[in-house]
Write a protein that binds this ligand. Structure first.
Ligand code: DQA
Length: 148
């Protein structure tokens, strides 16, 4: 199947951005790791990072027509602000998992709300880059019908 991995604003800075919060791994390393794992399982993974809300909205809209079966998304700061990106995911009705490197609930109060969690299949947060791996594993289990 075809999967889509989306990263929101400032995640292009991973590796140097607040490493005590987000770790030292780069976004390129995360994308390569997940793409390899998806390929090994017989799937393809498209990856996109953008700092622009409309770019992410348009990529989600395009996913309706390109055969994307599952979306993995770290909306980053848009988690807490973007009704538009939420509405795009609702519109295409493709199942998705919300991902965070940090645990937003252990941080500032403005990070405690998400415009995505109630629509998501599930949320994986707090495990650094491993959050992405766990989310991919969950997506692959769903796609193969093996999830319990
Ligand atoms: C984040 C958490 C968000 O609150 C923050 O705005 C981010 C990254 C995370 O992965 O931990 O940019 O989504």
């Amino acid at each position: 199947a075809r999967l889509l991995l989306l990263h929101g604003p400032n995640l292009n800075l991973l590796g140097t951005r607040e490493p005590e919060v987000y770790g030292r791994i780069t976004l390129a390393e995360i994308d390569a790791d997940l793409s390899g794992r998806a390929a090994a399982a017989g799937h393809t993974l498209d990856c996109l990072q953008s700092n622009a809300e409309h770019v992410l909205v348009e990529r989600v809209q395009a996913a309706r027509d390109d055969g994307t079966a599952f979306v993995l998304i770290n909306p980053a700061a848009f988690t807490h602000t973007s009704v538009a990106l939420r509405d795009a995911l609702a519109a295409v009705a493709i199942p998705f998992i919300e991902i965070h490197l940090s645990n937003p609930h252990a941080r500032e109060p403005f990070r405690h709300t998400s415009h995505f969690s109630d629509l998501a299949v599930g949320v994986v947060s707090g495990f650094g880059a491993d959050s992405y791996r766990y989310a991919l594993d969950a997506a692959l289990a769903r796609l193969s019908g093996a999830s319990r």
